[in-house]
Structure formats: C-alpha cells, structure tokens
Ligand binder design. Sequence first.
Ligand code: ADP
Ligand code: ADP
Length: 226
Amino acid sequence: MAEIVLDKVSKRYPDGSLAVRDVDLSIGDGEFVILVGPSGCGKSTTLNMIAGLEDVSAGNLIIDGDRVNERAPKDRDIAMVFQSYALYPHMSVFENMAFPLRLAKVDKPTVKERVDEAARVLDLTQHLDRTPANLSGGQRQRVAMGRAIVRSPKAFLMDEPLSNLDAKLRVQMRTSVSKLQKQLGTTTVYVTHDQTEAMTLGDRVVVMRGGLVQQVGSPQELYSNP
Ligand code: ADP
Ligand code: ADP
C-alpha cells in the first residue's frame, strides 16, 4: 500500500512539448483514483512518470514519503496494466500469473496461494489450466491483471485497460476491476477517456485538460447535476 504525492510535477518531452504542467495531486493509501480527460491531455504521461517509465522534468514525485524521481521502475514496487498486453501463449493461465513470482524465487506453496487468490478475485478459477488462446478477451485481460497483482505491489496503475474490449465485455470488466480493487485495497490509479468508467469505478476523479489538472472530486461531486 502506498501514498503517492505529485508536487508541481511537469513533463517536457525532448521535442519541447509540455505534456504535463505543475500537477499537484495527493493519492491516499488504498485510494482508487481515476485520471480522465480527452486524448492528449497528459494522462498516460502522468501515469508513466509515477511508474518511472518517463522521467519527471520538474517537481517532486513522492511515494510513501520518499522522493522517487530518480528511482528505477523496478525499485518502485508498482504494477502496471496497459490496453495491450502480452500473455505467454504456451503457458497456462496459472503459469502466466505465477511467472512474476517464479522470477522472484517465491516458494511454491506461496505461489499457489497467491495465484489461487488472484484467480478467485478475478473469476479465473475455472480457467487456470487453459492457455490464453482458449480464453475470451475479457478473461485474457483479467489474467494480465492477475499477473500484475500477484506480487502485492504498493500501487497498481492501469492505462485504458478496457479500451480494446467490446462494449459488453467492458461493462463486465468494470465490475471485475472494482471488485479487484476493493478486495486488494491497493492504491490504484486508472487512466481512461471514458466518462462512464470515470463515474462508476473510483473513489475520486481527476479531470485533466491540456496537461493541467482541471477538476478533482468524487464522482458524485463531478457528475451530479447541480
Ligand atoms: P494515447 O492512447 O495515450 O492517446 P497516443 O496514441 O497519443 O496514446 O500515443 C501512443 C504512443 O505514441 C505513446 O507511446 C506516446 O508516448 C507516443 N506519442 C504520442 N504523441 C507523441 C508525439 N507527439 N511525439 C512522439 N511520441 C508521441
Ligand atoms: P493522454 O494519455 O491523455 O492521451 P499523453 O500523456 O499520451 O496524453 O500525451 C500528452 C501530450 O504529450 C500529447 O500532446 C502527446 O502528443 C504528447 N506526447 C506523448 N508522448 C510523447 C513523446 N514520447 N514525445 C513527445 N510528445 C509526446
């Protein structure tokens, strides 16, 4: 679990464009925050800076009280899920989810316990022996989420994880994502351009526009009519 603080964080890409401007944001331990806004407003750049996939150009990024601007992604203990993801096609669902634990040399009983728990939360228990080719798109995306969370990261970042799914699956997956986040209680930052996801998924919504934070509030505060 982690508290994530962005203190006047900006991002200027090498081509000179200012993608994120002086963003101040404090994300509480266990909170589920949605970053929403039109394409190009700086959501992915913000998420990638938290993950360490992009450098912070100015300001401070603080995780659990430590400034992590210069810390490598692997030392941040943060898991990330993207809209496109690659599962290992020759491995079962179980082995796909177990993979990060095997790399970390986690003992076998613990691997089984963690994978079974993730599978239960993600409704994948019936599918553990299948290979990805024999799963639906939503099931595959849930495996990718399971693989991201089995190591119990401090925080969980998702960048448009549902945008490659058809409308019906997207609705089902919204439920899976909410349930997963509630059960894990892991600090989560979720990027979307979809208003419905912003309204239904998180505890708090951050609306971005042109690299700036435009509004912050609960879904009720932002989306109920005055
Ligand atoms: P999104 O779905 O977040 O809007 P885009 O399609 O804009 O993503 O960008 C896809 C990829 O292209 C990302 O890796 C992003 O970093 C990169 N990218 C986007 N805009 C530019 C740009 N102006 N110059 C270089 N790379 C870019
Ligand atoms: P969003 O996720 O909200 O679609 P991004 O964070 O992907 O927005 O992009 C924010 C701005 O930064 C856009 O104008 C985009 O074109 C630009 N951008 C993204 N990636 C790069 C890059 N690698 N190089 C230059 N500009 C980029």
